[in-house]
Design a protein around this ligand. Structure first.
Ligand code: SF4
Length: 444
């Protein structure tokens, strides 16, 4: 893409992978306006903060960052500051009123309007667009790859969510579900392969509810992922994030029979108790979830499994918490994102339930969940000792430049001596030892 001018844009991204992918779309739209993405805030003409509203903590961090940026703006009064993403959508004009350092507020469906909004800001006025859309998927925009290792990339395939889990702000900040034209998805995958990329992650708030309908024909997520995998046998394909209600047998069988679709499924359980799942409006039961895991293990015995868990949701009793621990043990997760419940304004839970689990109880339950997960991860990693995995090299190990690091199909990180291997190579590595977080091995 040709850059017309030489203004610097610095984008700081918080939250989920969807936000990272959106920042790449924003980078592309801004490149058309003559802004080059820079990796330092200090020499930027404009700073965008792509925000997350999922937990109160995330918003507090962003407010703190704005105070730092305020000092930068004092030193450089021409600096412009924009807030993008979920926090922009949630707070709208209020954020402009509360944060005088902010010049621009843009919601997740309004990035195409950035050229107009930037003109307003460049003329010295403040600008806002937080309109949600029913069909925006940014389908034909070629993302600028930010902070990329030139090996792995995200492809956004659907946006929005209408599941209305009671604790979640996403349906309000990201609007209705809509799927992207498969042709543009396949073009993006082909383009990445041509540029030497070896791994793509198909992204969506509910990636497996993807469905494309056109001229009486429809394409489901299992059909789409098979098409993406067929782009090149050298390309690894992953996907995130799935909703348990949409993990069909067809999808599980497609993963099982397609060698380059990775054997790793992230399936957020949130709670192991049916009564809590009901209050959360998760639309599945513990039994349904267990049946899905049984089916996954039947067709993909070596499948890596990860999850999200919330400790201390409204009304959660000790027994309900114990059901979560028991379910974790039963599944034997390899990895989990674990959090205390954080009430978000205007969610269904905030209107309907009392956030009544005391903070210290939430903390102690979370500590138990984390301790159990550590045990499960270590147990699962120990079972891998002596096995050989194909690893896609992503970079150097964090600890030593003499070692390389990469992931296997199950999404586990492996570290091994570098020898003559380089980033982007597929290497067969035999596991010799492990920690709870990493497998350690030797190339064979
Ligand atoms: S599925 Fe539930 S938790 Fe996930 S984005 Fe939608 S409402 Fe939020």
């Amino acid at each position: 893409m040709e850059i017309k001018d030489n203004k610097n844009l610095y984008i700081e991204t918080y939250g989920c992978q969807m936000n990272l992918s959106d920042s790449e779309i924003v980078g592309s739209i801004m490149a058309e306006e003559g802004y080059k993405t820079s990796d330092a805030a200090e020499n930027a003409d404009i700073i965008f903060i792509n925000t997350c509203s999922i937990r109160d903590n995330a918003e507090k961090r962003i407010r703190k960052r704005l105070r730092e940026i305020k000092k930068m703006k004092k030193a450089n009064p021409d600096l412009k500051v924009g807030i993008l993403g979920c926090m922009a959508e949630r707070l709208k004009q209020q954020l402009l009123d509360e944060e005088e350092v902010v010049d621009l507020i843009v919601g997740p469906d309004a990035y195409r309007d950035l050229p107009n909004l930037i003109k307003t800001v460049e003329s010295g006025r403040r600008a806002i667009n937080v309109l949600l859309s029913e069909d925006e998927t940014y389908s034909e925009i070629e993302p600028v790859r930010l902070g990329s290792n030139n090996i792995s990339a995200f492809i956004s395939i659907m946006r929005g969510c209408e599941n209305f889990c009671t604790y979640c702000v996403v349906p309000f900040t990201r609007g209705k579900e809509r799927s992207r034209d498969p042709e543009t998805i396949l073009n993006e995958a082909q383009d990445l392969v041509a540029k030497g990329y070896k791994e793509v992650t198909l992204l969506g708030q509910n990636v497996n509810s993807y469905t494309w309908e056109n001229n009486g024909k429809s394409l489901s997520f299992p059909e789409l992922i098979a098409k993406v995998a067929a782009v090149s046998p050298e390309l690894r394909v992953r996907f995130a994030t799935s909703h348990p209600k949409d993990i069909s047998d067809e999808l599980i069988k497609t993963i099982a029979k397609t060698p380059n679709i990775c054997n790793a499924i992230h399936l957020p359980i949130q709670s192991g108790s049916n009564t809590v799942l009901k209050r959360m409006n998760r639309k599945y039961t513990r039994e349904w979830y267990m049946d899905r895991i049984t089916t996954i293990k039947k067709y993909i015995p070596e499948c890596g499994l990860s999850t999200d868990i919330i400790a201390g949701f409204c009304g959660e009793t000790e027994e309900e918490h114990k059901e979560t621990l028991a379910l974790m043990e039963w599944v034997g997760y390899d990895y989990a994102f674990m959090f205390k419940y954080s009430e978000r304004p205007n969610t269904i839970a905030q209107k309907k339930f009392v956030d009544d689990v005391p903070e210290d109880v939430k903390s102690s339950r979370l500590t138990e969940i984390i301790a159990l997960q550590q045990e499960l991860a270590l147990r699962s990693n120990k079972e891998n000792i002596g096995k050989t995995f194909e690893v896609l090299v992503e970079g150097f190990s964090k600890r030593s430049d003499a070692d390389l690091a990469g992931r296997n199909s199950q999404n586990k990180m492996l570290v091994f001596p570098k020898r003559n291997f380089k980033v982007g190579d597929y290497v067969l590595v035999k596991v010799t030892s492990c920690t709870a977080a990493t497998l350690i091995g030797e190339a064979v």
